[in-house]
Design a protein around this ligand. Structure first.
Ligand code: 5AD
Ligand code: SF4
Length: 471
């Protein structure tokens, strides 16, 4: 069978989904008037994008959304499995729903996403959380209308976990929260099997949306007034594998860049092993593609990188960074770092510090290694105590802080185009927005400017943002 098998919801399935959406709408209106749903998304942007699609379906059933759990008729958590503390939080929050269900037996509780896709977790929910009505693995959302309808009309609680090659589902409604900024998934799943990571097990094999579907969604977003589109995938650099005509990510960027209008294109995440010079040249050439590369390093030690199955060396990573810096003036680099991978020594950790100093990242996402059962790293010896790893992490943050601050300070005096995207936090009358390089900027301005590009002169640097004034 084709490993990259993909399917769009065909007419028949869409018709069936539509039928259940209509049935649900009628049922909910009769029982509840205006039904309310509380939906919470954990984890990465990929999950946030899935959640917007789940909310799209719920909105078509007539649900309105609330953050107030007391008023909700349906509570849905879209869960994350990437680290243990994310899972602990979900279990804590689901545990707290038991009382609510006792007080309000009609309350529907739905768990979706990566965490539930793990058989051991699904089993735990089955046994220890009997008040959860529906469990849906990542990539099964299109089934939600039917599953909810069945449950509401007397069906048993159900568990729908997909096999490792779930579908690419197109033609689904989306309910976005992002205002002038939007997520646009271009691919799903991951084939890299970094040894610490659960994602390939819970999200299944890599599969891409066609360039035509991506471009169509981008056009729709631009028509709605979106000005900042972030293309999402676990490894956008391997976009297009298995699709007819073998499209590439660089080609997709070119195509989106040629759409008319004033807007920005961002993307994440780039795996260094697949980040080609062609891609870097394309970023440099495309005026709407932001000059920002999120390029997860994970570790600066070649031995640790090998054990992580990252398939690049520190030297290759630096070569790429040097080429990118030469080719894309003003490039901002950010990264993910894992501290305390099993067997990492003090010296190896120091190699990571060395890389951080050498590259000069604008900012970092830093993580303490979290053991994920079923992954290869979970079998490895892990002798360094947790307190020691936490100390290393604090040390790393202390190394990064002045580096990030230096990048921010270098912007002072510059006049930059900023997309105003919301109200600022630093005081009355302040707006916030982002630079092309994804740094937050606060500046005085009227809320009417939200959703527009404005020119801002940077006057001050803080470690979390820049301050400026409108020109
Ligand atoms: N422990 C700690 N961090 C992890 N990540 C993925 N899996 C783990 C894990 N088991 C981090 C990686 C990845 C980011 C999204 O999450 O740095 O790039
Ligand atoms: Fe996980 Fe590696 Fe895939 Fe990223 S590339 S999702 S870290 S396996």
């Amino acid at each position: 069978m084709d490993r990259y098998q993909r399917m769009e919801l065909d007419f028949e399935h869409l018709e069936e989904q539509q039928e259940y959406l209509v049935r649900m709408k009628g049922l909910l209106a009769a029982r509840l008037g205006v039904p309310l749903a509380a939906v919470h998304s954990y984890g990465c942007q990929g999950n946030a994008a899935d959640t917007e699609r789940i909310k799209g379906l719920l909105a078509q059933m007539g649900y309105r959304f609330t953050d107030d759990l007391d008023r909700a008729d349906l509570i849905l958590y879209n869960t994350c499995a990437v680290r243990e503390n994310a899972e602990d939080r979900v279990f804590g929050n689901v545990g707290a729903l038991k009382k609510r269900k006792e007080q309000k037996p009609d309350l529907l509780i739905v768990l979706c996403g990566c965490m539930t896709q793990q058989p051991a977790v699904a089993e735990k929910i089955k046994k220890s959380y009997p008040y959860v009505d529906l469990v849906l693995g990542a990539g099964a959302y299109h089934l939600l209308p039917k599953l909810l309808y069945d449950r509401l009309t007397g069906g048993k609680r159900s568990f729908t976990l997909l096999d490792e090659s779930p579908l690419v589902v197109e033609n689904q409604p989306v309910s976005r929260d992002g205002g002038c900024k939007a997520w646009l998934p271009i691919m799903y799943g991951c084939d890299n099997f970094c040894s610490y990571c659960i994602v390939p097990y819970v999200r299944g094999r890599e599969r891409s949306r066609t360039p035509a579907h991506v471009a169509e969604e981008a056009r729709r977003l631009l028509d709605e007034g979106v000005k900042d589109i972030t293309l999402l995938g676990q490894n956008v650099n391997s976009y297009g594998k298995g699709l007819e005509g073998a499209p590439t990510f660089a080609g997709l960027l070119e195509e989106l860049n040629s759409l008319p209008g004033e807007f920005r294109i961002r993307f994440m995440t780039s795996h260094p092993k697949d980040c080609t010079r062609e891609l870097i040249d394309t970023i440099a050439r495309c005026d709407k593609v932001c000059k920002h590369l999120h390029l997860p390093l994970q570790s600066g030690s070649n031995r640790v990188l090998r054990e992580m199955n990252r398939r690049y060396t520190a030297e290759q990573y630096l070569e790429l960074v040097d080429y990118a810096r030469e080719t894309i003036p003003g490039l901002s680099l950010t990264s993910d770092i894992i501290v305390g991978f099993p067997g990492e020594t003090r010296e190896e950790f120091e190699e990571t510090l060395g890389m951080i100093e050498r590259v000069g990242y604008t900012s970092l996402f830093t993580f303490l290694y979290s053991r994920r059962s079923g992954t290869r790293a979970a079998q490895m010896e892990d002798p360094v105590p947790q307190e020691e790893k936490s100390r290393w992490l604090r040390e790393l943050l202390a190394v990064q802080e002045p580096i990030g601050m230096g990048v921010h300070q270098a912007q002072v005096g510059e006049t930059l185009p900023i997309l105003a995207d919301g109200l600022g936090k630093t005081g009355e009358g302040m707006l916030c927005g982002r630079t092309d390089t994804n740094i937050i900027v606060e500046f005085p301005g009227s809320p009417q400017l939200i959703g527009q590009f404005v020119m801002v002169r940077i006057t001050q640097a803080r470690n979390w943002a820049l301050l400026g004034e409108r020109i």
